[in-house]
Design a protein around this ligand. Structure first.
Ligand code: ATP
Ligand code: MG
Length: 428
C-alpha cells in the first residue's frame, strides 16, 4: 500500500531542526515580555468575512491565496492567512480598548496561504507578530521596529536591511493616487494585466508589481514622499530621527506601499540578501483605520509579522545553534540494574540534570559508544554488582576518570556534580 505524505507546501519540523525554532521562540518571548508585550492566542480559523474586510478583497491574499471552506453547518470559514485580523477581532470582541491605555500584544503560530511552494514560501508557515493598539504616537512605530531588530540581532542575524516608507494620511494618499493614475494612464496598454486591473481598483498596489516592464515604467513615476502633507512629513522626520538615535539605519524606499485605505504613515520591511527571491523576513506598518473598519471604535494601531521559516533558513546558514547538551548518559545491563537505572535517571532529572537513559538492552560496549556520541559530560554505569550494592559507576567521559557512588548520595551531591559539569564545559 502506498504511504500517505504531508500535504504539498507543509513541512514537518523534525527534532534536529526544532532547536532553532525553540531558540527563536525563547528569544522573542524574552525580549517582548521585557517590553511589556503580552501574548494573545486566537483561533486558527475565523469567519471568511473577517479576512475579506481586514485584509481587503483586492489583495492577492484574499483574492487568490485563502484556504476557505464551508463547515457542516454551511458557514463560510477560512484558515487564517495572517494574524492581525484575528487579533483585532479579539481586541474588539473582548473590549480590550475599554481597559484603557495602550495594548501591546504579540502572537506566534501557523498561517495558511495557497501559494506556489518554494524555499521560504509554504502553504502552512509560521509568523511571529506584534500589534500595538491604542497609540498613534510615532514612538510606538519606533518601538516596534526596534523590537524587531533586537530579536533579529539576538538571533545573531546580520546583513539585514530595513526598508522604510511613509504613505501619509488619507488625504496625502488621495493626492498621490491621482498623480500616480495620471502618470500611468498613458502607459496603460504596456502594463502587465494585473496592473491594468489595479489602475482603477487599487493603483498604489501597482508599485508592488514584479513585472519587469511595469517596473521600468514605474522608474519615472511620482514618489509618495513628495505628496506628504506637513503633519505627515513632520511625523516621518521625527520617526527617522528617533530610529537614528536608536542606531537603527534604514533605507528610504518610496515604492513600499500598502494599498488599503486603513493603512497610514509608516510602512517597513526587513530584508536579507541571503534568501534569494523570498527576501523579506519581517513586514509591518501602521493601520490607524483597521479597528474601525472591523467594527470597533476608532483606535490606531501598528504591527509587524516575521516569517519564521525564513529566519530558520538564515539560522541554518549561520550554524551556530548547538543542540541542548546532555549532562548524564545512563547505561545498564541486567534486570535489577535496568530498573534501578530509571530510578537514578528520574532522581537526576528532578535535580535539574539533563539525563538520557539507554533503553536498548544491548551489550555494554554498544551502550558506551552511544554514550560517547551523546555528548554527555558523564556516563553512569549500572551492572549486576552496582545493582547489588545500590551504587553507580560515574565516569567522566572527557578524562575517563571513574568513581563509585552510592545511588542515595546522587541527590545530596547535586551542587558538586553541577559545578564539575560546568567546569568541564568551560574548558571547552
Ligand atoms: P511575500 O511578498 O514574500 O509574499 P507578503 O507581503 O505576502 O510576503 P506578509 O503578508 O507581509 O508577506 O507577511 C509577513 C511575513 O511573513 C513575510 O515577510 C514573510 O517573511 C512571511 N511569509 C508570508 N507568506 C509566507 C509564505 N507563504 N511562506 C513563508 N513565509 C511567508
Ligand atoms: Mg505573499
Amino acid at each position: 500500500m502506498s504511504s500517505i505524505q504531508a500535504i504539498r507546501g507543509t513541512r514537518d519540523i523534525l527534532p534536529d531542526e526544532v532547536g532553532k525554532w525553540q531558540r527563536i521562540e525563547a528569544i522573542a518571548r524574552d525580549l517582548l515580555s521585557r517590553a511589556a508585550y503580552q501574548e494573545i492566542r486566537t483561533p486558527i480559523f475565523e469567519q471568511t468575512a473577517l479576512f475579506e474586510r481586514g485584509i481587503g478583497e483586492a489583495t492577492d491574499v484574499v483574492g487568490k491565496e485563502m484556504y476557505s471552506f464551508k463547515d457542516r453547518g454551511d458557514r463560510p470559514l477560512t484558515l487564517r492567512p495572517e494574524g492581525t485580523a484575528g487579533v483585532v477581532r479579539s481586541f474588539i470582541e473582548h473590549g480590550l480598548q475599554a481597559q484603557g491605555g495602550v495594548q501591546r500584544l504579540w502572537y506566534l503560530g501557523p498561517m495558511f496561504r495557497y501559494e506556489r511552494p518554494q524555499a521560504g514560501r509554504q502553504r502552512q508557515f509560521h509568523q511571529l507578530g506584534v500589534e500595538v493598539l491604542g497609540s498613534a504616537d510615532f514612538r510606538a512605530d519606533a518601538e516596534t521596529i526596534a523590537l524587531a531588530t533586537d530579536i533579529l540581532q539576538s538571533l545573531g542575524l546580520k546583513d539585514l536591511r530595513i526598508e522604510l516608507n511613509s504613505i501619509g494620511n488619507g488625504d496625502d494618499r488621495q493626492n498621490y493616487r491621482e498623480a500616480l493614475v495620471n502618470y500611468l494612464t498613458p502607459f496603460k496598454a504596456e502594463l502587465d494585466a494585473d496592473s491594468q486591473d489595479r489602475l482603477t481598483r487599487n493603483p498604489l498596489r501597482i508599485l508592488d508589481s514584479k513585472d519587469a516592464g511595469t517596473q521600468k515604467i514605474l522608474d519615472n513615476a511620482p514618489s509618495i514622499l513628495n505628496y506628504l502633507g506637513a503633519d505627515s512629513q513632520q511625523r516621518f522626520d521625527r520617526l527617522q530621527q528617533l530610529l537614528s538615535d536608536l542606531r537603527i539605519s534604514c533605507n528610504l524606499n518610496d515604492r513600499l506601499v500598502r494599498g488599503l485605505d486603513y493603512y497610514t504613515h509608516t510602512v517597513f520591511e526587513i530584508q536579507s540578501d541571503d534568501l534569494g527571491s523570498q527576501a523579506t523576513v519581517c513586514a509591518g506598518g501602521r493601520y490607524d483605520g483597521l479597528v474601525a473598519e472591523l467594527g470597533g471604535s476608532d483606535t490606531p494601531g501598528i504591527g509587524w509579522a516575521m516569517g519564521l521559516e525564513r529566519l530558520v533558513i538564515l539560522l541554518q546558514q549561520l550554524q551556530t545553534v548547538k543542540s541542548a547538551s546532555v549532562d548524564f548518559y545512563i547505561v545498564s545491563k541486567g534486570e535489577k540494574a535496568e530498573a534501578q537505572a530509571l530510578v537514578v535517571a528520574q532522581t537526576l532529572r528532578r535535580s535539574g540534570f539533563t539525563t538520557e537513559l539507554d533503553l536498548s538492552g544491548s551489550a555494554f560496549g554498544k551502550q558506551f559508544k552511544r554514550a560517547d556520541r551523546s555528548g554527555a559530560a558523564a556516563c553512569l554505569i549500572l551492572g549486576d554488582a552496582e545493582a547489588e550494592s545500590k551504587t553507580v559507576q560515574l565516569k567522566w567521559l572527557k578524562t575517563g576518570e571513574q568513581t563509585a557512588i552510592a545511588q542515595s548520595s546522587l541527590h545530596p551531591m547535586t551542587e558538586d556534580l553541577r559545578s564539575q559539569i560546568s567546569h568541564l564545559r568551560d574548558d571547552g
